[in-house]
Design a protein around this ligand. Structure first.
Ligand code: NAD
Ligand code: ZN
Ligand code: ZN
Length: 347
């Protein structure tokens, strides 16, 4: 079968022919219908050889949706033909975090060698993919697979990030979204669907700001040195209750720090490598909380799929074939994808 693999550190991903996987006991084989391209894949492919943590070659793709093609022995929870989304942050399945579906917070997964598909295990950028347990599958309940693929990360991660801040997003509050790409354009919609907050979106690209506006942002601002002052102005001087940074660079974190209100939240989602000084004398208003959430919980993925089924959020997508995936990654790297790039392996 065809797959898109990262084969050697520093080299571009390649379309290759690899053997068709077969499900072992407890596993599920999916015929992949749609797979999203995430900016984190670019981050991973930018890591130096001495720090690269995964075995190579590695089939990419951690946003996957598919149809159950074959089940391993003892699998009864899903059957051939079921349309499912893959919950990616696989945990041990046994600990207190996993017991409540927060496998993204499982402290044992890495030690046990359990790695997410596309981030260590073979991923969704292939005609077929193996899923280690039916526990990682969430039914689509009729949602379009192309719509659903980005929800498994670009939807789930902001949903999880926003969830912690919901008590602060009361009427009259403001939420700032920095970076309106795959995650950010869904974050804007999730904020609108879940809260009465005024949503202010920042990006460096005019097209992305147009998208932000089209999906529900009340205000859009170019992400520059003047942005924080403008957020303060828009909030009558107090700043935003919640700032979600989907870039995470030094420059955007400075904007976040200068935009947040007393008792506000700064949530760093982007892997841009910046850091935020937290503590007295660090420059943040009093009582600000800072966090850097990772992906989301299994139940939260079910919630996001349900929101999409009800038409409250929708993924803005551009589709590609498997052969086009390496070029699509280049476009993503150059900032040329509006919304999410989604690969259709059987198109
Ligand atoms: P993307 O490339 O689709 O979107 C990034 C957006 O940020 C683009 O619209 C770009 O124009 C904009 N941008 C770039 N520089 C900017 C700046 N200085 N100010 C404002 N906007 C700027 O990326 P994505 O797939 O949405 O991922 C966003 C980030 O989140 C990446 O760093 C990714 O690695 C990370 N991520 C984190 C998690 C997590 O669990 N924490 C999960 C998924 C992705
Ligand atoms: Zn991702
Ligand atoms: Zn666990």
């Amino acid at each position: 079968m065809k797959a898109v693999q990262y084969r050697k550190v520093g080299q571009a991903p390649e379309v290759v022919d690899i053997p068709m996987p077969r499900p072992g006991p407890g596993q599920v084989l999916l015929k992949v219908t749609a797979a999203g391209l995430c900016h984190s894949d670019l981050a991973v492919m930018g890591w130096p050889e001495e720090q690269f943590p995964y075995p190579l070659p590695m089939t990419l793709g951690h946003e996957g949706v598919g149809t159950v093609a074959e089940v391993g022995s003892a699998v009864t929870a899903v059957a051939e033909g079921d349309e499912v989304a893959v919950y990616g942050p696989w945990g041990c399945g046994q600990c207190p975090k996993c017991a409540v579906g927060k496998e993204n917070c499982c402290p044992h997964a890495a030690g046990l060698g359990i790695l997410p598909p596309g981030l260590g295990s073979p991923g969704a950028l292939a005609e077929y993919m193996l899923v280690d347990s039916p526990r990682h599958l969430v039914p689509l309940n009729g949602l379009d697979p192309v719509q659903a693929a980005p929800l498994t990360d670009a939807g789930l991660t902001p949903y999880h990030a926003i969830g912690t801040s919901l008590p602060k997003l009361v009427p009259g509050s403001t939420a700032v979204v920095i970076g309106v790409g795959g995650l950010g354009h869904l974050a804007v919609q999730l904020l609108r669907a879940l809260t009465p907050a005024t949503v202010v979106a920042l990006d460096v690209s005019k097209e992305k700001l147009e998208l932000a506006h089209a999906v529900g942002a009340h205000e859009t601002l170019l992400s520059d040195d003047a942005a924080a002052a403008r957020v303060r102005e828009l909030t009558g001087g107090t700043g935003a209750e919640v700032v979600l940074d989907f870039v995470g660079a030094e420059a955007t974190l400075a904007v976040a720090a200068a935009s947040v209100a007393v008792e506000g939240d700064v949530t760093i989602v982007g892997l841009g490598g910046g850091t935020l000084a937290v503590g007295f004398g660090g420059g943040l208003p009093f009582e600000v909380s800072a966090s850097f959430p990772y992906w989301g919980g299994r139940r939260e993925l079910m919630d996001v799929i349900e929101l999409a089924r009800r038409g409250l959020v929708s993924s803005h997508v551009e589709t590609f074939t498997l052969d086009e995936a390496p070029a699509a990654y280049e476009r993503l790297h150059a900032g040329g994808i509006k919304g999410r790039a989604v690969v259709l392996p059987h198109a």
